[in-house]
Write a protein that binds this ligand. Structure first.
Ligand code: ATP
Ligand code: FE2
Length: 331
């Protein structure tokens, strides 16, 4: 089966074409076009216009790179939520139009769950704790009793938005995460920032205000970036470790754009090693928002017998991870 997945929850429009080979996901193509606002944050309507303009081009490029013809696609899937309404509706419209014109089934998938399943699809992990660290989302997720449960999450902004906002306020280009990672490498001095772990939940906005104060007081951007990373990543690692202990799982999977960060990967690796557990990170293009993970999720669900009528493909901006009925895993 060849699945074509369309991702469009936020600033990125992605089309990925995947298939299943020896039980694993084989990515045939994975094209991502990111909307970068000239200034300020993301405006949902502008991002949606970007997706509408780019959709035919990204689709054509994905098909060409996969070396297939559109008629060979067996299934169309798309990100049904959570995300920004106008962006979700644009991606869903593209998916419906494609599925109807090809006469092929369509499946709407949960974006957060797709981050987990692609990790299991391309690495050796089978039943991990997912540390999902992206722009808008920061969640610790694990499968127990028939559902993916959220064990902990941010109480305010996502970790990636925290990094991007600090960057934007200090003249560092968007997306801020990768730039902060580079600057942090030159940082030497640790500056104390609010370490906000509340039970299994996290908060980042206090860190933002504190970090801005340090800059005002003349501390270097490098030291502040270093301190932001050390503090926020330690918070993420702590909560992930506690979730592993509670659930007695011995695999941890990273997902989301912030998972690309080498320092976060290092901390999580050390934590896993010390517990005798294993850490997994998918390749970068599969960590960030992408169409391949949506395509793969479509295959997983279709194989489990999931079918959707067009009427069931309405988007859900607040589609929660634990709203998904997981029929493809046991336990
Ligand atoms: P969501 O899944 O919540 O819709 P998103 O739309 O922001 O997230 P992603 O592509 O998963 O999409 O993540 C983007 C985020 O990842 C941005 O905030 C960006 O700054 C951050 N990021 C990317 N690379 C790195 C890195 N090397 N270090 C830290 N953060 C990074
Ligand atoms: Fe995401």
């Amino acid at each position: 089966m060849i699945a074509l997945g369309i991702e469009g929850t936020a600033h990125s429009l992605g089309v990925g074409i995947v298939t299943k080979e020896n039980g694993k996901c084989r990515v045939l193509s994975n094209v991502i076009k990111m909307h970068r606002p000239a200034e300020g944050g993301i405006h949902p309507r502008e991002a949606a216009n970007h997706h509408a303009e780019q959709a035919p081009l990204v689709l054509a490029e994905a098909v060409e790179k996969a070396g297939i013809s559109l008629s060979e696609v067996d299934l169309v899937s798309f990100s049904q939520g959570p995300g920004l309404g106008p962006c979700l509706r644009t991606a869903a419209t593209a998916a419906r139009a494609l599925a109807v014109s090809l006469g092929k089934p369509i499946i709407g998938v949960n974006h957060c769950v797709a981050h987990i399943e692609i990790g299991c699809g391309v690495t050796d992990c089978t039943d991990p704790i997912l540390l999902y660290a992206s722009g808008a989302n920061t969640q610790i997720i694990a499968f127990t009793n028939g559902k993916y449960r959220v064990f902990g999450e941010t109480l305010d902004i996502g970790i990636g938005n925290c990094l991007d906002k600090f960057a934007r306020d200090h003249g560092i280009p968007f997306p801020g995460g990768p730039e902060i990672e580079k600057l942090a490498r030159a940082g030497r001095k640790y500056l104390e920032l609010p370490y906000s772990v509340k039970g299994m939940d996290l908060a980042f906005s206090g860190i933002l205000s504190s970090a801005a104060q340090y800059i005002k007081r003349g501390e270097t951007v490098e030291d502040v970036c270093y301190s932001i990373q050390e503090t926020t990543f330690a918070m993420l690692t702590e909560v992930a470790e506690r979730a592993m202990a509670h659930t007695e799982k011995n695999e941890i999977l990273l997902g989301g754009g912030v998972a690309c960060n080498a320092r976060l990967q290092e901390m999580v690796n050390i934590m896993a090693r010390e517990r005798g557990a294993q850490a997994y990170v998918p390749p970068k293009p599969l960590c960030v928002d992408n169409g391949a993970m949506i395509g793969w999720m479509g295959i997983v669900m279709h194989e489990a017998g999931v079918r959707m009528s067009l009427a069931e493909t309405t988007v859900n901006q607040r589609y929660r991870t634990d709203d998904v009925h997981v029929t493809w895993r046991s336990g």
